[in-house]
Design a protein around this ligand. Structure first.
Ligand code: SF4
Length: 339
């Protein structure tokens, strides 16, 4: 087995794997021109067979033991459940920890099957609990659909069940307590995540709020009790007396946690990204390697060599505001939601 370590001695055991770059919603703060239907040609994505082959290489040759499926919206990919079924068969012997990050819209009917296929950790991206605001982001869907998915997942024993709430001034800062109270009677971890500003226009004081500020606001009303957390957990977790749910704070911008980074990313097209902030390097298309004559070991060696190009941490805020990232949406004109 090859040690998946970078030049800073960080052991990598976790993979974020995007299954689709598509979303089943019209996203006002990502891209107003995004279609409500699939806009990508699925043939551009890594096939499920190739994904399984890649997972096998990462698990058997490189020691990956945790995979989180993301997107776009992963549940939007055609035949995704068939893929998860095949993966569960592979996983009978390998015991990889499997998770899913979703917007929750297509989740409700799939919860039992996902659990049967070993996907027991689900993160739901939800940035508003207000019906009207939700409707602006997802014109075709009611907030109720996601709330029902969350409650069903909780009752079905999905654990951990997490809500990812990216807090932005001028957008949902006024809902912080709504989210806190949402967790009062639900066994759920609500994670407040700092917004990562990408362009100068989104950098104004209306967009960014630190988790320290959020923590203070909440702690003034509900004293927060720190919980023990895993060294590699990016969230600092807290409890409130008599609350079933817990709160997590993720300081992705103000106090990055890159020194213990243990993850790699693969886009739906099969590009390997060392970091959330990596720009796409067309030379790192794993699809070409998977379809070549190269052995699993050769592909694993290629990946582990690439890991040596990984930076210690993401660029400073000032620098990444200037990054021209092709794989990151431009917030420039679309960020501000007009109430
Ligand atoms: S920003 Fe990059 S290096 Fe830092 S934790 Fe995220 S993926 Fe790892």
């Amino acid at each position: 087995m090859i040690q998946l370590k970078d030049r800073f001695d960080r052991q990598h055991n976790s993979l974020r794997m995007s299954l689709s770059e598509d979303n089943n919603y019209y996203c006002v703060y990502y891209n107003s021109s995004m279609s409500l239907k699939s806009k990508s040609d699925e043939s551009e994505f890594l096939s499920f067979d190739n994904i399984l082959k890649l997972i096998h290489i990462f698990v058997s040759e490189l020691g990956i033991n945790e995979i989180k499926f993301t997107g776009g919206e992963p549940l939007y990919r055609l035949d995704v459940l068939t893929f998860f079924k095949k993966l569960s068969e592979y996983n009978k012997e390998n015991k990889i920890s499997l998770g899913l990050t979703t917007n929750g819209i297509l989740l409700y009917d799939k919860i039992e099957l996902l659990q049967n296929y070993g996907i027991n950790s689900i993160n739901i991206n939800l940035n508003t609990l207000k019906k009207e605001k939700f409707k602006k982001i997802y014109p075709d869907t009611d907030l109720e659909v996601v709330l029902k998915s969350i409650d069903k997942a909780g009752k079905s024993g999905v654990n951990p069940l997490k809500i990812n709430c990216t807090v932005m001034k001028g957008f949902n800062e006024d809902e912080i307590f709504d989210f806190v109270e949402f967790g009062k009677n639900r066994n759920i971890n609500i994670r407040f995540i700092e917004f990562l500003p990408y362009t100068d226009d989104s950098r104004g004081s209306y967009s960014y709020i630190s988790v320290e500020q959020i923590y203070k606001k909440i702690n003034n009303v509900y004293p927060l009790v720190k919980m023990k957390s895993d060294m590699l957990d990016v969230a600092k977790n807290y409890q409130i007396k008599d609350f079933l749910g817990t709160l997590g704070f993720i300081s992705s911008t103000s106090n990055h946690f890159c020194s213990s980074c243990n993850r790699l990313r693969i886009t739906a097209e099969g590009n390997l990204l060392m970091c959330l902030f990596s720009t796409i390097n067309k030379d790192v298309k794993l699809k070409n390697l998977l379809n070549s004559e190269k052995s699993d070991k050769e592909i694993a060696n290629f990946i582990s060599d690439l890991l040596f190009t990984k930076n210690l941490h993401h660029p400073d805020v000032e620098k990444y505001l200037l990054l021209n990232r092709n794989n990151v949406p431009n917030f420039k004109n679309e960020f501000k939601i007009k109430n």
